[in-house]
Design a protein around this ligand. Sequence first.
Ligand SMILES: Nc1ncnc2c1ncn2[C@@H]1O[C@H](COP(=O)(O)OP(=O)(O)O)[C@@H](O)[C@H]1O
Ligand SMILES: [Mg+2]
Length: 254
Amino acid sequence: MSILEVKNITKKFDNTMILKGIDFSMEEGEVISIIGSSGSGKTTLLRCLNFLETPDTGMIKVNGEVLFDGANIESNKRIQEEEIRKKRLHFGMVFQQFHLFPQYTALENVCLAPNLLKNKSSDEIKQEGMMLLDRMGLSDRMNNYPHQLSGGQQQRVAIARALAMNPDILCFDEPTSALDPELTGEVLKVIRSLADNNTTMIIVTHEMGFARDVSDKVLFMDQGIILEQGDAKEVIDNPQKERTKQFLSVMNKY
Ligand SMILES: Nc1ncnc2c1ncn2[C@@H]1O[C@H](COP(=O)(O)OP(=O)(O)O)[C@@H](O)[C@H]1O
Ligand SMILES: [Mg+2]
């Protein structure tokens, strides 16, 4: 069974179709990169998966469980806040702008949401938080506040925070776009190590070399559709569609 099945997701904003029918699926342990021009709908798609937006049509299934069914839109409207929170737990989200809580230390940022869930002792949560920050190479930074950390360190705290909720699928929206090249490298390195440990991930990225090396599959989005998808190396080294070729040739100039 696929860990994620996405069928015919559409989304309009102000009568403009932004997602025009998105279909893909992924297996546990797989890494998918989503590439495509600015405005093609990549962020909107991730937001729909995370229930930060409600799709207009389609279906989202995780581990066979239907999380969203557009054919049953009336019942979706009645989904309670509590239920949405539960659905969100399937997905971890790492944003371009780290979105850490400035008033909390790195470790507190990581432990905050698990503490709210209350299904583990606060000691256990703290131990796990420390272990995750250690995995992110931040063992000496746990008690620092976000403003005391570099962008790359902040993003690694954000990754630890997402992992602390033990999501089925970890999603990244251009995780290195706000970072200079040196800090980009350290963040890509930890994402690569997560991939090596079979973490299921969807990564929106402009780093074509990284997408090629780390992902199993690449989806190329163009104007609200997946124009081309397939094996990462195939799509990036040997794109079939004119539009994909054009996009990649521009990206490779940078
Ligand atoms: N909340 C919103 N309201 C209206 N339009 C939006 C909203 N969010 C995104 N859009 C529009 O949807 C299109 C796709 O945006 P986005 O998903 O952010 O693309 P990408 O992440 O690929 O750059 C853009 O034209 C953007 O202006
Ligand atoms: Mg975006």
